[in-house]
Write a protein that binds this ligand. Structure first.
Ligand code: ZN
Length: 164
């Protein structure tokens, strides 16, 4: 396992569309392990493969419940909305206000390419939407309401302003 370099806003790889994963190779397994390790190391709630320069439809999320791996994810249903602070490991030190669904139901494939569904509300719903956007080359800064602002030391600990 290794910590991968997280690409930052302005890197064109973040603006490209990721490709479907068709088989789980040893390289993909290593990528998944590295993505989890990188996300935990950087204190993020989620990480998408393009953020480490790999244009594959793989996302890892951990909102503090349990690690969630989503391969070839797709949103099936959204409901309600939430408006709150959002950050991203690819936009370090910044936060912006983004409105997202407050409930998401999605399908994805696990490390054995078996399909499963996941439901999330609040932070998990936000994280799923944010990470799936990365697979389309969309960044939260495209959706931000008002200005991006700097994260201060105090705000860094707030629950509602996680780097996802
Ligand atoms: Zn992000």
């Amino acid at each position: 396992m290794a910590i991968r370099n997280v690409r930052e806003l302005g890197d064109e790889v973040l603006r490209k569309k990721s490709r479907e994963v068709k088989e789980i190779t040893p390289r993909i397994r290593e990528l998944i392990d590295d993505m989890f390790e990188t996300m935990y190391e950087k204190d993020g709630v989620g990480l998408a493969a393009p953020q480490v320069g790999i244009l594959k439809r793989i996302v890892v999320i951990d909102t503090g419940e349990e690690p969630l791996l989503m391969i070839n994810p797709r949103i099936l249903e959204t409901r309600d909305s939430q408006t709150g602070g959002e950050g991203c490991l690819s936009v370090p030190g910044k936060v912006g206000t983004v409105t997202r669904p407050n409930y998401v139901r999605a399908e994805a494939y696990d490390e054995n390419l078996e399909r499963f569904e996941v439901e999330g509300t609040e932070l998990l719903a936000r994280a799923i939407c944010h990470e799936l956007d990365h697979l389309e080359g969309v960044m939260y800064v495209d959706k931000v309401e008002g200005e991006l602002y700097d994260v201060t030391a105090d705000q860094d600990d707030e629950e509602d302003e996680e780097d996802i």
